[in-house]
Ligand binder design. Structure first.
Ligand code: CO
Length: 298
């Protein structure tokens, strides 16, 4: 019987410890914000309907949270088609405008919006226009800055090329890597060609082609053949390995890249891992977020 209090006390201490642990994150977030301006981060991805690619976007959010402790991070999907599609499966995602409206209503006065796009194309200009509209709204968010996509300047492109080369699968003689970008009719599509030149400075067997823009697969096939390429690693030049990676890149249909390469006598191995899941590359988006955060202070 004498043992009883001795058993009870440790249990109570464990319980108190658990309660403190549960309370700690709330306390930390409250302290970091304090009085005065209230700051938050909004990450904007195009979005994806594939659960594993969705998890990769969520992982990017965790990375942003770790880089800016105490600053709440929200996530929005810019594609309405994707949002509608996954809503049918019970997954609700905010649009950039909805997420900004939430933040304004919750009293956030400073928001850094970070684009998770690869090039500063249509999606990015839409995000910027949305941010500007919110900035102009009375009693809205006082300051909004927008962080640039991965390939936005010559310096960005040089850094991205280095980071991508460091993250690619090893490839020997007769092997090459083909990065699959989205591509667009927007002038920012030129960033893909600039990235190609930057990659070739270090490795002549790494190629860039796009699904919907230029260069296209047909533009790189002659060079692949000229180099005597027998095998190609196919790597998405996108934040996540979503629908384009699974369908246009690796699909079983005749017009997928795997099929077209095979028809050209080149074996291929798709790599289902987006750039966002490669920490050295993901860190570049975080750096752009850091730059946009500094802009807020000005
Ligand atoms: Co697309």
């Amino acid at each position: 019987m004498r043992q009883a209090p001795g058993h009870l006390l440790p249990r109570l201490m464990v319980l108190a410890g658990l309660l403190l642990l549960l309370a700690a994150p709330a306390l930390a977030a409250g302290e970091a914000q304090g009085p005065g301006p209230r700051r938050s981060i909004l990450l904007v991805a195009f979005g994806t309907s594939l659960p594993e690619a969705g998890s990769a976007i969520d992982a990017l959010k965790l990375q942003a949270e770790a880089a800016f402790p105490g600053v709440p991070v929200r996530l929005a999907y810019s594609s309405m088609i994707i949002r509608k599609k996954i809503a049918g499966e019970g997954i609700m995602k905010r649009s950039p405008a909805q997420a900004l409206a939430d933040l304004a209503a919750e009293g956030f006065t400073e928001v850094v919006v970070q684009s998770l796009q690869i090039i500063p194309g249509r999606e990015y200009s839409d995000i910027k226009a949305t941010a500007e509209a919110f900035q102009a709204m009375p009693k809205g968010i006082a300051h909004i800055t927008v962080g640039r996509p991965l390939l936005s300047s010559p310096e960005d492109i040089a850094r991205a090329a280095e980071a991508i080369l460091g993250a690619l699968p090893g490839h020997g003689k007769g092997e090459a890597v083909l990065l699959m970008g989205h591509g667009t009719a927007h002038p920012a599509n030129a960033a893909y060609a600039a990235l190609q030149l930057a990659l070739w400075k270090s490795d002549q067997s790494v190629f860039v082609a796009t699904v919907e823009g230029s260069p296209a697969l047909i533009d790189v096939l002659p060079a692949l053949k000229r180099q005597g390429t027998r095998k190609v690693f196919l790597v998405p030049l996108m934040s996540v390995a979503g629908e384009h990676a699974h369908h246009d890149m690796a699909g079983k249909q005749g017009d997928s890249w795997v099929s077209r390469l095979q028809a050209a006598g080149i074996q291929s191995e798709p790599v289902f891992k987006g750039l966002g899941s490669r920490p050295v590359v993901a860190e570049l988006w975080i750096d752009h977020l850091r730059d946009a955060m500094k802009e807020l202070g000005r």
